[in-house]
Design a protein around this ligand. Structure first.
Ligand SMILES: Cc1cc2nc3c(=O)[nH]c(=O)nc-3n(C[C@H](O)[C@H](O)[C@H](O)COP(=O)(O)OP(=O)(O)OC[C@H]3O[C@@H](n4cnc5c(N)ncnc54)[C@H](O)[C@@H]3O)c2cc1C
Length: 463
């Protein structure tokens, strides 16, 4: 599709002012990519206009104009996505909400009211300053509220408080046709008709543009500790996880990590991982209102771990020690990235995690390759990395990916628990959802976006 750039630029200048439009490619480079590994990342189209509105009204005017002129619009957030969801793959408008970053913390209602361009880092800081807590922590604090909601982000701290969907209580959105809608609010309960708000959460910028959100907060937990539990065998580590969750202790996070990847992540940061003796490790974050409560949970977990052949636990108590552990864990992706072809986020029922790991080992053995695996085992969610071999993309990479997907599905799981479909997994969705499900989704897309201008080519196959 070619666009009449002159006409749309003129219209956009009327809406946001000349200084908030960028037409030159060299000044929009960072908006043409996300964190998807280089090998897979889709190419951005030529003929793009980057626009930065400052208000919901401006977003509405931009979408209305784009819809009338049939110009594609690609919403971008912090561009930390891993599936090419925000990449402008057709000529059109890149809609950056970075200027819309107003943030209010409502202490009385335990809610934050955040515009779409507020970053995760800014939200965490403002909430902490108000002596409250926003637990969600996907690895990159540059992600923005609009992106976190559009991808229904998860991350390491979803075991106790859930994924982004569990925090969103209200949304302000703009439809591709320009109408502004509000759902929910500073409310805990709302049963008014079909739940359109939850349809929008996780819709990856294909149904509407999110401009503002009401987000649930929690009281600051008085006390937290991070445990690192070493195991001789991975099977022992993984089978301990459901036992911990069945015990009544609900940790903030339960992560499985391997020493090889941890050391690489630590080295990348110029740091050292504190537990070296064994390969398989669980990182467990516990929080509670008092030291006694957390220590009692800690003791219960240590006992369960011991019964399942764990070695001596490392208990990190100071904020610095705990932050260092989380920092190294969060850096695992970045440290592997230069040799990475893809990062999968297959999710299975918790009691099938060991079986999935075994299947992945068999696949690695069959192809003679290194498949690093770690992740959010407390949520049944593993990150499996497909790596280059001798600096090259292995020719059988598609087969490896498909075999891992098949293993996950055969165990009652899904191919993505957090990162979504975006652009790079569109052709996979046809083999996974039924025709009826895809047709229903296409109908929903058509109702929201009759001219298909919003983030085309994402989630759903075109035919
Ligand atoms: C090191 C690292 C670790 C990560 N760890 C995790 C993890 O543990 N768990 C997890 O879930 N994710 C993780 N991610 C992925 C990523 O951080 C999340 O997907 C994040 O939610 C994306 O937010 P963003 O603002 O960067 O969105 P972007 O990447 O900019 O966009 C993502 C999608 O949201 C849409 N979008 C953005 N803003 C809007 C808006 N205002 N309205 C409508 N649509 C919009 C885009 O069109 C696109 O489809 C990780 C990424 C990195 C780099």
């Amino acid at each position: 599709m070619t666009i009449k750039k002159g006409d749309i630029v003129k219209k956009l200048e009327e809406i946001v002012g000349r200084e908030w439009i960028i037409k030159e490619r060299e000044y929009m480079e960072s908006n043409l990519r996300d964190e998807t590994p280089d090998v897979l990342r889709p190419h951005a189209a030529e003929d793009l206009i980057l626009v930065k509105p400052s208000s919901t009204k401006e977003v509405s005017q931009i979408l209305k104009a784009a819809n009338q002129m049939r110009v594609p619009v690609f919403p971008v957030g912090g561009r930390t996505g891993l599936v090419g969801g925000c990449i402008p793959i057709e000529p059109g408008i890149i809609l950056s909400l970075e200027r819309m970053n107003n943030l209010e913390v409502d202490k009385e209602n335990l809610m934050a009211i955040a515009e779409a361009g507020v970053t995760l880092g800014d939200l965490i800081k403002a909430v902490e300053d108000a002596d409250l807590f926003f637990p969600l922590h996907p690895g990159d604090e540059g992600a923005q509220i609009g992106g976190l909601i559009s991808t229904n982000a998860g991350g390491v701290r979803a075991v106790k408080y859930g994924v982004m969907r569990n925090y969103v209580k209200g949304l302000e959105v703009v439809l591709p046709t320009g109408e502004i809608l509000n759902f929910g609010g500073r409310l805990i309960k709302n049963n008014t008709g079909y739940d359109l708000m939850h349809l929008i959460i996780g819709s990856e910028g294909t149904l509407c543009v999110i401009t503002k959100a009401v987000i649930k907060l929690y009281p600051k937990s008085g006390y937290s500790v991070t445990l690192v539990l070493p195991f001789d065998s991975r099977r022992d580590a993984i089978r301990t996880v459901p036992k911990i969750l069945q015990s009544g202790v609900i940790p903030l996070a339960v992560e499985y990590v391997g020493i090889k990847e941890l050391n690489r992540a630590a080295e990348h940061l110029g740091e050292e991982w504190p537990v070296q003796e064994v390969d398989a490790q669980l990182i467990i974050i516990l929080s509670g209102s008092s030291e006694d409560e957390v220590y009692s949970d800690c003791e219960r977990i240590s006992k369960i771990a011991e019964e399942n052949n764990a070695g001596e636990a490392l208990i990190a108590e100071t904020r610095e020690e705990q932050e260092r552990i989380l920092r190294i864990r969060s850096n695992m992706y970045t440290a592997l990235k230069s040799d990475m072809v893809d990062i999968l986020d297959v999710t299975v029922p918790m009691n099938k995690l060991s079986d999935l790991m075994d299947e992945i080992d068999k696949i690695a053995e069959k192809y003679g390759i290194y498949l690093p695996v770690y992740g959010h085992v407390g949520d049944g969610n593993l990150h499996i990395h497909l790596m280059k071999e001798n600096n090259e993309v292995p020719r059988y990479i598609e087969e490896v990916r498909d075999e891992i997907y098949r293993a996950g599905i055969n165990l009652g799981g899904v191919i993505t628990g957090e990162h979504g479909i975006g652009r790079i997994r569109v052709e996979k969705i046809g083999g996974i959802l039924t025709e009826k499900e895809i047709n229903l989704m296409k109908e929903i897309k058509r109702i929201f976006d009759p001219n298909g201008i919003l983030n085309p080519g994402k989630i759903l196959p075109s035919n």
